[in-house]
Design a protein. Sequence first.
Lengths: 240, 240
Amino acid sequence: MSNPTAAILVIGDEILSGRTRDSNMHFLAGRLTAIGIDLREARVVADRPADIIEAVNALRARYDHVFTSGGIGPTHDDITADCIAAAFDDHIAVRADAYGLLKAHYDARGQDFNESRQRMARIPDSATLIENPVSTAPGFTIGNVHVMAGVPSVFEAMVASVLPTLTGGAPLLSQTWRINRGEGDIAGPLTQLAADFPDLSIGSYPFIQNGAHGSNIVIRGTDGGRVDAAMVRLAGLFPA
Amino acid sequence: MSNPTAAILVIGDEILSGRTRDSNMHFLAGRLTAIGIDLREARVVADRPADIIEAVNALRARYDHVFTSGGIGPTHDDITADCIAAAFDDHIAVRADAYGLLKAHYDARGQDFNESRQRMARIPDSATLIENPVSTAPGFTIGNVHVMAGVPSVFEAMVASVLPTLTGGAPLLSQTWRINRGEGDIAGPLTQLAADFPDLSIGSYPFIQNGAHGSNIVIRGTDGGRVDAAMVRLAGLFPA
């Protein structure tokens, strides 16, 4: 398996303070899996320039794609675009293409296109815009970094704009078998199964439901026939 | 503000594939905020030894505390304990104290204390155990790293065991003011407010509800009087 790899960087104090529960990571994970891009890492950092810049640089060096979420609005705490420009050592200013989109949007609504809103047209020189069909203010792609909004409906729309432009790999197929026994009872045969199917990923995800232990066994791979064969073996070991 | 700092490292393919939505990060964030420990970063990595070891070493060097979640069960994909030992260059084997706890637990239930379950007694030499009142298999603390289970009910019980042993700081107080206007309309006065209260963190968290833009303004700080003063000013700027 040599699918492209990716990371997501969620930027925002509100996740780390426990005020807000992030949903963008989970959304993106599902979408990437479906198109054969392997999400390898997720990070959440606070609204601190040094932390953002360091994380972006670490992740873009390591993975084929980096997706960021949050911090590109009009308020004083929206510092992502400037941090991304700093990470790439690129110049950033209000750019004509983004300015034009935003001005047309606010003019059409009779809303003041004030200085704060103009901040959303700050785009690094070498970036290309990501379309935002929800609220116009664009995201952008620079190098292998895709910079998107944090509001889930906008993030999701931007993901829909970006993903068709990327080259995916073999979609990861996945099947799940639920076993109503504790992991300790099934671990031995499972180890053998994993050894017999080294080309597959076989994960055991335990749960406790109404006080009883159980586990979901998830078999993943890009070859449907192999996933099926492992599932048949697993079902034989632990009949429903 | 010189509160202790922390990071959480969530270990598990299932989060990154989009199969499972993590809840431990959000739970821990709320608990740490309440006791004045500043959660600065969260990471999710897959079940890959090199990735786990590197993340643990990066985070423990940078923050006062690191909390890990996941990968300490009895199955073949539970590799966290061994990776943590490797990160600390510590020896790891089945340890008598953990073995005794687990043996008593399974003996009392007439369940086989087999080789897989004995794996859960693998604890690095220099670690101390973290009590698990839900299912006995202990977590452990080594250096400034607290290694806990991924199943949310067990993770939460382990957090309850660990937090009272840590020295917190000044709890972060937080007040929220909801404004039913787009961020672009409020950004200017908000910037001025943030400049006038440099000791506070003032965040703007936009939302779109039924097609209308609004924002929650969250003011955070450790001095209740200052938070109140900023809230009074904010409420005057944007009356409800």
